[in-house]
Design a protein around this ligand. Structure first.
Ligand code: LLP
Length: 428
């Protein structure tokens, strides 16, 4: 087996001329299931998880997978069976956690806009914690809990006003973001919460952004949060857990984010130094657990040479892989079958999909030696691709396969037209 394509994705590598996921030829999987096709590696997911588990060895820590990164049920099963809890942001995600038999005590509910009905649903399910993001949400949660005769476990999400140094759309810990309660107001919010009879304060949390590739912002956020823990506990309010959110980046291209175990070794040293090393810790990683465990296999439909640009038109599009259109994100794109003739000259293409938008591109200025009918793999497609996929242009969602050792299982059938129009009604 040759070197993996991306050091961050060790389970994706060429065997001979063919790109394989955990030894399964992507050509074969595409033949069996069609394209576009998402292929995930269970071993890659568990490998990513194990870095966190190593980092937390001997500590009282709970990993709550942020399922918004990829909420396909089979992937959730893998994490539930590995002992993870879940970070959810909607009633729908709560139901997904229930469908895979998650331990509800390990489920935490984040998000700025929880509805009364979602709160009700989560209280009935007995989740471990509501991460509350505003004073008005605290008031409503207290009312809903009172109406169902329960005490809601709460943590306040604080906004530490730290720059995560990432794309502005996925930065969440700055003052001008909609997330969390400002650092200066946090103590008062806790004092207010402590006076509400149907709330039980269990923790504090923060989340500063996503695709963070440096340790510095985490260290800053930790200091800011621990300052608050000092102040809140000095005011007589105990915090059983501290939740440091998710956000650790993955390698898409040249970036070298810290490994989860190295990051946590640094962060735990700070926690120890500040006397919180034995406190129960929660984290909410999403992308770093699944991002590099998946690829999207797509077929080249047409090559369209032009004066200014050459286009390589493929059958996957922005509805399957929205990240380039939304954040100008880079995903490596590699041939699934290396050209027989290694001297075949590459041509510089923009790799684009069939959707009727100029924003429908998957990669720009990529050198490829391809012909119509060839397959390409869009790499690092395990996170925020299928979970953000849409039906734009009445395109059905792609199929998904999970590779697990010698097995390759279809975990989501390609969406049919009948699925898409199921809830629609023709006029009489
Ligand atoms: N916790 C909270 C409260 C979050 O808002 C998020 C992500 C996470 C945890 C997980 O963060 P992660 O470990 O995955 O970075 N669609 C964007 C990313 C949006 C992230 C939203 N929040 C993208 O494709 O880059």
């Amino acid at each position: 087996m040759s070197e993996p394509l991306l050091p961050g994705a060790p389970h994706l590598a060429y065997q001979g001329a063919v790109l394989c996921m955990e030894g399964h030829a992507l050509t074969e999987l595409a033949r069996s299931h069609g394209t576009p096709l998402f292929v995930y590696s269970k071993a890659a997911m568990l490998h990513a998880l194990s870095a966190y588990q190593r980092g937390f060895a001997g500590r009282n820590a709970q990993i709550c997978y942020a399922m918004k990164a990829n909420s396909s049920l089979a992937l959730l099963q893998v994490f539930a069976q590995a002992g993870c809890g879940f970070d959810i942001v909607s009633g729908g995600e709560l139901q997904r956690a229930q469908m895979v038999g998650a331990d509800m005590q390990k489920v935490i509910f984040s998000g700025v806009g929880k509805t009364r009905s979602e709160m009700h649903q989560a209280l009935a399910a007995g989740i471990g914690c509501f991460n509350v993001e505003s004073e008005s949400e605290l008031t409503v949660l207290n009312q809903v809990a009172q109406a169902c005769g329960k005490q809601a476990p709460v943590s306040v999400r604080v906004n530490p006003n730290v720059d995560a140094q990432t794309h502005p759309y996925i930065s969440t810990g700055l003052k001008d973001n909609k997330f969390g309660i400002a650092h200066e107001q946090a103590l008062a919010t806790y004092q207010h919460a402590a006076g509400l009879s149907n709330l039980r304060i269990v923790g504090i949390d923060c989340h500063i952004g996503s695709q963070i590739t440096q340790t510095g912002p985490y260290l800053d956020a930790m200091d800011r949060v621990l300052d608050l823990v000092d102040a809140i506990e000095a005011a007589g309010i105990a915090l059983a857990h501290i939740d440091f959110g998710g956000g650790l980046g993955i390698q898409y291209q040249q970036e070298v984010p810290p490994q989860a175990d190295a990051l946590w070794s640094t962060l735990l040293s700070k926690l120890d130094a500040r006397g919180y090393g034995r406190r129960k810790l929660l984290i909410e990683p999403g992308r770093s657990l699944v991002g590099n465990a998946g690829v999207c296999v797509t077929e080249v439909l047409y090559l369209k040479p032009g004066d200014e640009k050459n286009f390589c038109i493929v059958d996957a599009a922005m509805n399957d892989l929205p990240r380039p259109a939304m954040y100008q994100a880079f995903h490596a794109i590699a041939p699934v079958h290396l050209a027989q003739n290694n001297s075949a000259d590459g041509v510089i293409y923009d790799v684009v999909g069939p959707v009727c938008e100029s924003g429908d591109w998957l990669g720009r200025d990529r050198t490829l030696a391809v012909q119509p009918g060839d397959l390409l793999a869009v790499c690092s497609a395990g996170a925020y691709c299928m979970s953000m996929a849409s039906n734009y242009n009445t395109r059905g969602r792609a199929a998904e396969v999970l590779v697990d050792g010698s097995h390759a299982r279809l975990i989501r059938a390609r969406e049919l037209m009948a699925d898409q129009v199921q809830g629609e009604r023709l006029l009489d």
